[in-house]
Each structure stands twice: as structure tokens, then as C-alpha cells.
Design a protein around this ligand. Structure first.
Ligand SMILES: Cc1cc2nc3c(=O)[nH]c(=O)nc-3n(C[C@H](O)[C@H](O)[C@H](O)COP(=O)(O)O)c2cc1C
Length: 364
């Protein structure tokens, strides 16, 4: 069985798996590793800073082994001029998220890159279809990082977008962190999955070591969606967006008091900066999705992509009762995580609910 889908056909990648263009994590090394592994690696360029892009594209080119790649922008933060500049670097796909993609969408289409639009509700999905998106990414609120305050859960949202957008291929995003999640996305009618948090915890991610260790140790229950950290640090994210992060002392102080926090923004920002300077809180919020339970190691992203695809295939075969042995896709004949990042046939992504968690992965 192969996991060829409308997305793999359209984008020219081997596996129906894309890297979320995560600001702060998805630099050239990570995007290149995902592409080399057979997924679609995408640079998280945020506002499209040309210096950052030039540096990271060099790293990406060294790592991607000639495979397709993309760039993601925060639509509310980027200008048409910067998107046009980035298109000159020759990405095969461009993803626009959070905000009105109208002004930039045509630039992407004119350049011949795949237009990928991330949506958080059905109205945005309809607009994405109208704008001629080649791929629509349906983001559920389980997602790590930012999303619409009034978002939707992945499980019911993805098939609703699939129905609305048909025949445009849809990628599911939000809470997908192992091959079972990729299989679930396909079962919902998506043409693949876009993963952020799982790839944030990899060897090639730009994330700092403390955050990587926190992701390995965390449970989805430790995550929370809130605007508090954006308000406290004086971030320019628009009011319609919240972010899912790991626990944080400022969340405990300001939860439910966002209006008061907005009024006291200057003072709280100074307090926040002082706490960062003293090392009492991390420099950036630790963005993480609900799927963080399933992360128990820091593998190479290049090995993780085929491992995810292989686990997804086994999951689907088992669900159809086709594979010998039945049961869970990671029971003995497909052993659970053996921790080595370069062994796709033993994917580093087990953590079945009935088996003990391994945090960190070396702790067997
Ligand atoms: C650390 C982090 C940073 C992110 N930054 C961006 C970003 O800059 N642009 C964007 O479109 N999405 C960003 N996202 C959201 C992803 O596009 C995606 O919706 C999300 O990661 C999917 O959920 P998951 O984290 O559970 O896999 C970010 C997510 C994380 C975890």
C-alpha cells in the first residue's frame, strides 16, 4: 500500500506529510530535512524578513536533496513586496495563514508556486476556494501555536472543509503527532497532514534545548490556549488569535483577566522582560499542541517523515483488518520506538496508551 494522495501528486512529494512553517523553529535545516525525508518542508518566515530568508534558504538547499520545498507567511504581518521577493527564491509552494490572503494570493499563483491557505473556519475555507487555493490546510484548535480564538476542533472541522472544498486537496492540522494521526487525517478525507509540534521536537529544529526537553516531558493536558502571553510580551498578534502553549507563570497570574492585562500592558511587559532577563521564564512562549503527549524523543526530521508514513500505513491496514496479527500498529511485529533517529522501520513514535510513556526516549 502506498500513501499517494492528491497532495503528493500535486506537490511532488513522496509522503502526504507537510511541515508547518513555524516561526522560530522551521528554519532551513528543519525544512530541508523534512523535504529530504519525503515530506514538504516549509520555512517559517513569519513576516518574510529577506535577510533571514536568504540565510535559511542556503541551509535548506544544502539539506533538501533537490526535493520540493515551501515558505510560510503570517498573512497579517507580511507585505506583497516581501512575498514577491521570497518568490524569487523559487519555492514550489507558499502557505499563507491568519489574515486576509487576498492581496498576496495572486502573486503566488502568478509565480507558478502552489498556493496553500491555512483556514480556521468554514468562511475562510470558502474564501480559500474562491481565491483558487491549490491546497487548503484546515487547522483545528488542538494545534500548537496560534489559531483563531473562535476556532474549531480538528476531528469535525477537517471533513467539513473536505466537503466544502472538494476537489481541492485538504491537509489536516492540529493535534497530529504520530502516524496514527496521519492515518486519521486520511480517513477524514484529507489528502495529508501538516504537523508543527511534532517537528518542533526534532534534531534539526531551531527551538532552544530547554523547550525541546519541555516538549518531550509535556502532556497535552499541560497546554492551554490563551492571549495572555501575547498581551504580556507586547506581541503584535491581532486580537482574534490565541496561542496554545505549555504552562507559564504569567498564565497563572493573568488567566481570565485579559482586559485588565491589556490596560496594564506597559508595566506587565517590563515585568515580563525582567523575568526573561533573570532567566525565570523562557525568552519565548513554549508553543505546543495537544498532541505533545505522543512526543517522547528528538529524532532527525528526515527519518521521522518516513517513520510517520510507515506507521500511518500500518494503522490503515490494521483498521481494514488486512495485516497479520490484528491489534495495535505498534505491537510486537512492529516494535515501538527504539529511539534511534535513523531507523524508519522502527519508528520513534509509539506511546500507545496501554504502554508506559518514555520520557525521555532513552529512559526505557
Ligand atoms: C512553535 C509553533 C510556531 C508556529 N508558527 C506558525 C507560523 O509562523 N505560521 C503559521 O502559519 N503557522 C504557525 N504555527 C501553526 C501551524 O501552522 C499548525 O497549524 C500547527 O502547528 C498544527 O498543529 P500541531 O502543532 O498540533 O501539529 C505554529 C505552530 C507552532 C507549534
Amino acid at each position: 500500500m502506498s500513501l499517494a494522495t492528491a497532495f503528493t501528486e500535486l506537490s511532488g512529494v513522496e509522503h502526504p506529510i507537510a511541515l508547518a512553517p513555524m516561526g522560530g523553529s522551521a528554519g532551513g535545516a528543519l525544512a530541508g530535512a523534512v523535504s529530504r525525508g519525503g515530506g514538504l518542508g516549509m520555512l517559517g518566515s513569519g513576516d518574510g524578513d529577506p535577510e533571514w530568508l536568504a540565510r535559511e534558504v542556503t541551509l535548506l538547499d544544502e539539506a533538501r536533496a533537490g526535493r520540493p520545498w515551501g515558505i510560510g507567511f503570517l498573512t497579517w504581518a507580511v507585505t506583497g513586496e516581501r512575498v514577491a521577493q521570497a518568490l524569487e527564491l523559487g519555492p514550489s509552494a507558499v502557505m499563507l495563514s491568519f489574515g486576509d490572503p487576498g492581496p498576496c494570493a495572486q502573486l503566488v499563483r502568478d509565480a507558478g508556486a502552489l498556493l496553500m491557505l491555512q483556514v480556521t473556519d468554514l468562511e475562510e475555507a470558502r474564501r480559500a476556494v474562491d481565491l483558487g487555493a491549490d491546497v487548503i490546510v484546515a487547522q483545528g484548535t488542538e494545534a500548537g501555536g496560534h489559531g483563531a480564538v473562535r476556532g474549531r476542533s480538528t476531528l469535525p472541522f477537517v471533513p467539513a472543509v473536505v466537503d466544502l472544498a472538494d476537489p481541492t486537496p485538504v491537509l489536516a492540522a492540529g493535534g497530529i503527532a504520530d502516524g496514527r494521526g496521519v492515518a486519521a487525517a486520511l480517513a477524514l478525507g484529507a489528502a495529508g497532514a501538516l504537523l508543527g509540534t511534532r517537528f518542533q521536537a526534532t534534531a534539526e529544529s531551531l527551538v532552544d534545548p530547554d523547550t525541546a526537553a519541555a516538549l518531550v516531558a509535556a502532556s497535552g493536558q499541560d497546554t492551554e490556549r490563551s492571549r495572555v502571553l501575547d498581551l504580556a510580551r507586547g506581541s503584535s498578534w491581532p486580537a482574534g488569535y490565541a496561542a496554545r502553549t505549555l504552562g507559564h507563570p504569567f498564565l497563572d497570574v493573568w488567566r481570565g483577566r485579559e482586559d485588565e492585562l491589556a490596560d496594564a500592558a506597559g508595566d506587565v511587559r517590563r515585568e515580563y522582560e525582567e523575568a526573561v532577563a533573570r532567566g525565570r521564564i523562557p525568552a519565548l512562549p513554549q508553543w505546543a499542541g495537544e498532541g505533545v503527549d505522543l512526543i517522547g524523543d528528538l529524532p532527525s526530521a528526515a527519518a521521522l517523515v518516513p517513520a510517520l508514513a510507515a506507521q500511518a500505513e500500518r494503522t490503515l491496514e490494521r483498521a481494514l483488518g488486512r495485516a497479520a496479527g490484528g491489534g495495535h500498529p505498534d505491537t510486537p511485529e512492529h516494535p515501538p520506538a527504539t529511539n534511534h533517529p535513523d531507523t524508519p522501520e522502527h519508528p520513534p513514535i509509539a506511546n500507545h496508551p496501554d504502554t508506559p510513556r518514555r520520557h525521555p526516549a532513552t529512559d526505557t
